[in-house]
Design a protein around this ligand. Structure first.
Ligand code: SDX
Length: 430
């Protein structure tokens, strides 16, 4: 971390020189680690809109330019030329693999895709109509009960095995959550299928007949995994880092990340966005919903729109929009009314002063649901698919944090606005 110059602030009449840290690219950071010790004051930043929580070399986002890089490689190049397991290797290890490294990594992941047979019984404890995210949080958290031979975070080999198990088993668990919700038998992974094809097979094949995975849909599925793989210090990644900072095992940390991702302001937006588009139903109802989104007294927001960092197009949304046209064309549903509503809603919103002034653009969740729905997934499976895609990002960030010698338990402070000190009063005197 390079220091170049100081920032000077004056607190209660005292001048303080704070180092300014220089990134490879992007905003510089004022190092405030000594602030409380030197000036007895905290900084105040609910929602962390101006706070860097860590140093990271994994993902870079330029919100103004609409840029997203995984280890320096732009997302549009990776989406077009790479594939998800290669991106997993890149995020985990920092460099693209050579052919031998890639073959070995794919072989390792392939051979970790089955879950402990007793984990099948976990699902029977849930109602069939339980949301798949609820079962995923529970089952992933329970992995630490089955794989305690890879929970010692101080053992690098165990950290690596746990990382591989999570990347390999999340699709299996997500598919099991789906099959359980529709009353169909679980489908075991097949080692002769690639990662995306395996997931589609585990979700859509049934014992009663042969199921052939459409390679074009498998490619689209794989691209969706890549687009969701990592995204800097978003809410769920920060949750995983904070859980990991206490020394919690990797399975518990990822379960915490899944729980956070579920929120409709975060990963849950893909389900909420499609349900919103279906609620709008036709282009002539769009103005009614645009008006509601602009109405301060109406809690309604355009789901899949806006972003804390992107004040330009989310580059993932652009790729997803192109992929939607391609997938719906393959499936012969080009005139999908929901896609027509989405495109018209985007056009109208991007010409509207409210959205322009607040720099609100479609984000990764705006189009993804249209593709997933066309593929046959119910809306309840959209966020589980986001979670299985993001697992590699979460675990890469978790590994990076554990590898940082300066890493310590995360423990923010507060601006206390409660009561001053007061003595207890017996109930008879209240
Ligand atoms: C993801 O962080 C990440 O990187 C997340 C993610 C990832 O890959 O990990 O990219 C994935 O979570 C994408 C975001 C998915 N969420 C949604 O689509 C839900 C709808 N969008 C929002 O609720 C909102 O835009 C957030 C939560 C995404 C961002 O919220 P911020 O940065 O805290 O911004 P804000 O809520 O303060 O909004 C700024 C203004 C407000 O108006 P004012 O109070 O300034 O007058 O913009 C308005 C908001 O009311 N606004 C919207 C809006 N989003 C923001 N108005 C209408 N519709 C919207 N969608």
């Amino acid at each position: 971390m390079a220091e170049t110059r100081n920032a000077r602030i004056t607190v209660n009449g005292k001048d303080l020189d704070l180092a300014v840290l220089t990134p490879t690219v992007g905003p510089e950071c004022v190092d405030i680690r000594k602030l409380y010790g030197q000036a007895g004051v905290f900084t105040f930043d609910p929602g962390f809109t101006s706070t860097a929580s860590c140093e990271s070399a994994i993902t870079y986002i330029d919100g103004d330019q609409g840029e997203l890089w995984y280890r320096g490689y732009p997302i549009d190049q990776l989406a077009e030329k790479s594939h998800y397991l290669e991106v997993c290797y890149l995020l985990l290890n920092g460099e693209l693999p050579d052919s031998a490294q890639l073959a070995q990594f794919e072989n390792i992941i392939t051979r970790h895709t089955m879950v402990h047979e007793q984990m099948h019984r976990f699902f029977t404890g849930f109602r069939r109509d339980a949301h798949p995210m609820a079962t995923m949080v529970a089952v992933v958290g329970a992995m630490s009960a089955f794989y305690h031979d890879s929970t010692d975070i101080n053992d690098e080999k165990q950290r690596e095995i746990a990382s591989h198990r999570l990347i390999a088993k999340l699709p299996t668990i997500a598919a099991m959550a789906y099959k359980y919700s529709i009353g169909q038998p679980f489908v075991y992974p097949k080692n002769d299928l690639d990662y995306a094809s395996n997931f589609l097979n585990m979700c859509f094949s049934v014992p009663a007949e042969e199921y052939r995975v459409d390679p074009a849909l498998a490619r689209a599925m794989d691209r969706i995994f890549t687009l969701h793989a990592d995204h800097e210090q978003n809410a769920s990644t920060s949750t995983v880092r904070l859980a990991g900072s206490s020394g919690a095992n990797p399975f518990a940390c990822i379960a915490a990340g899944i729980a956070c991702l579920w929120g409709p302001a975060h990963g849950g937006a893909n389900q909420a966005a499609l349900e919103m588009l279906q609620q709008i139903g036709s282009v002539d109802r769009i103005p009614e919903f645009i008006a509601r989104a602009k109405d301060k007294d109406d809690p309604f927001r355009l789901m899949g729109f806006g972003h804390r960092v992107y004040k330009n197009f989310d580059p993932r949304a652009k790729i997803m929009k192109e992929s939607a046209d391609e997938v719906l064309g393959i499936l012969g549903v080009e005139n999908n009314p929901t896609l027509q509503v989405a495109k018209e809603l985007e056009r109208i919103a991007l010409e509207d002063e409210y959205f322009i002034s607040k720099k609100l653009y479609p984000n990764v969740d705006f189009y993804s649901g249209i593709i997933l729905s066309a593929m046959g997934f119910p809306t309840s499976m959209f966020t589980p698919i986001f979670a299985l895609s993001r697992t590699v990002g979460w675990i890469s960030q978790w590994k990076e944090m554990l590898g940082d010698p300066d890493s310590k338990i995360g423990r923010p402070r507060q601006l206390y606005v409660g009561s001053g000190r007061r003595d207890y009063v017996d109930v008879a005197q209240r």
